[in-house]
Design a protein around this ligand. Structure first.
Ligand SMILES: [Zn+2]
Length: 417
């Protein structure tokens, strides 16, 4: 295949997250690497943290922690400084993840727009997001992205060296990062990784955008507590994508196609979907479906492409203004959303489901019908309702996911089997 070894090390993001609280310390006979990764993840989730606190959390002697810390300092992933709070004049040294001198680039390629973000090694944005129109020819898109990244990095030398580029793209991406098929982009068999690597001389990881999204959420260092067990990310937009992760590791399946639950039919005689089948979940909850529901027009593909110039944003606005037709369309969509979420519960019994996309702006409107729909389902009732969290568009879940493709492998659990 002629892959370079440098990028091979991080291309396949089969990482598993180390839980910052529920971990077991490896003792004699197990790998010291595991302890080092546990220390690294504790620093990541608890920073700034002192060596003493780290030893206490890990339940090991100071000497053991000091050896692990020395190794981590040598990798450059961790730094020690006096950023911690100074208690009564004494300034203890604290450990942090090194976020200076190094950055990652995140690229989100969607049907009309490509966004580029420079983030630190924890995935936090460092600069304003740059947006470009998505050009129809992959080579033109690559040239645009190379130009945008070069400009951003050259005009912001403080961002540091770029450690890699994560690319999130709609469609089926194989394990090598090759885009096999993207109906939304109209692309088939496209390699974005190789030309980007050749132009920018850094490792590039290309992944399906919803898979990237779930990775971005599980590894996020902000907000809610990390979820142990299966987690799903559902992106409801032009299409419906689902990304699944178990203990921080993406569920890929044999051909990286696991999780294509947007194309599980809810009704074999339902509206024609963009994939050619009838009655897919996507045909009931995508933006086109919501617009057709609101207008009372045919939700089938391709008839639903004619939206009569009504946008989902307008429907959301009209619902906010109290228009009953808009409210009803969104409430009904909440119910159909629950049907697909029920499928996810039956497939992987997740502890948490993140939902992204335009409709999250109407979360309060559709949540009651969504929950009623879920609880109508006996299997879901018995399994227990998962936690369902909306992820607003303003949080840029796809860009965060693209950044996670590069940031997270360093923190992953070592493979010990
Ligand atoms: Zn379909």
């Amino acid at each position: 295949m002629g892959r370079s070894t440098r990028s091979t090390t991080i291309r396949a993001v089969t990482v598993r997250r180390i839980h910052p609280t529920a971990f077991r310390i490896a003792h004699r006979g197990t790998s010291r690497e595991i302890n080092r990764q546990i220390a690294l993840n504790l620093i990541r989730s608890r920073q700034p943290i002192s060596r003493a606190e780290l030893a206490r959390l890990m339940g090991v002697r100071r000497g053991v922690v000091s050896r692990l810390v020395e190794e981590l300092l040598a990798t450059g992933l961790v730094v020690e400084g006096d950023k911690g709070e100074s208690a009564r004049g004494r300034k203890p040294m604290h450990l942090h993840i090194e976020t200076r001198h190094r950055c990652v680039a995140a690229v989100d390629v969607s049907a009309t727009r490509t966004s580029v973000m420079i983030a630190d090694m924890l995935g936090h944005p460092l600069l304003d997001i740059a947006e470009l129109p998505t050009r129809r020819r992959p080579a033109d898109l690559v040239a645009d992205v190379v130009g945008a990244l070069t400009r951003l990095l050259e005009s912001n030398p403080d961002a540091g060296r770029c450690a890699g580029i994560g690319v999130a793209v709609s469609g089926l991406v194989d394990a090598s990062g090759r885009l096999r098929l993207s109906p939304t982009l109209g692309w088939r068999e496209v390699d974005l990784r190789q030309p980007l690597e050749a132009a920018l001389h850094v490792p590039v990881v290309v992944e399906n955008s919803t898979k990237a999204c779930v990775l971005g959420q599980v590894w996020a260092t902000r907000g809610e507590a990390p979820a142990d067990g299966p987690v799903a990310f559902v992106n409801v937009s032009d299409g419906v994508g689902v990304g699944l992760a178990v203990d921080g590791k993406l569920l890929r399946g044999a051909h990286n196609a696991a999780g294509e639950l947007g194309h599980v039919p809810l009704n074999l005689y339902g509206p024609r979907c963009s994939c050619g089948q009838r009655g897919c979940w996507e045909a009931y909850v995508s933006k086109r479906a919501v617009v057709a529901r609101y207008r009372g027009t045919d939700p089938s593909w391709p008839a639903s492409e004619d939206t009569g110039a009504v946008t989902i944003e307008q429907i959301l606005e009209r619902a906010r203004a109290g228009e009953s037709r808009a409210l009803e369309a969104l409430r009904e969509t909440g119910f159909f959303l629950s049907r697909g979420l029920g499928t996810i519960v039956k497939a992987v019994d997740p502890v948490r489901i993140y939902v992204g996309g335009e409709i999250t702006a109407a979360w309060d409107i559709l949540l009651p019908t969504l929950r009623d729909g879920l609880l109508e389902d006996e299997v879901v009732r018995e399994a227990g309702e998962p936690e369902i969290l909306p992820v607003p568009l303003a949080e840029h879940p796809r860009l965060r996911g693209a950044a996670a493709l590069i940031c997270t492998p360093a923190f992953a659990a070592p493979v010990v089997s």
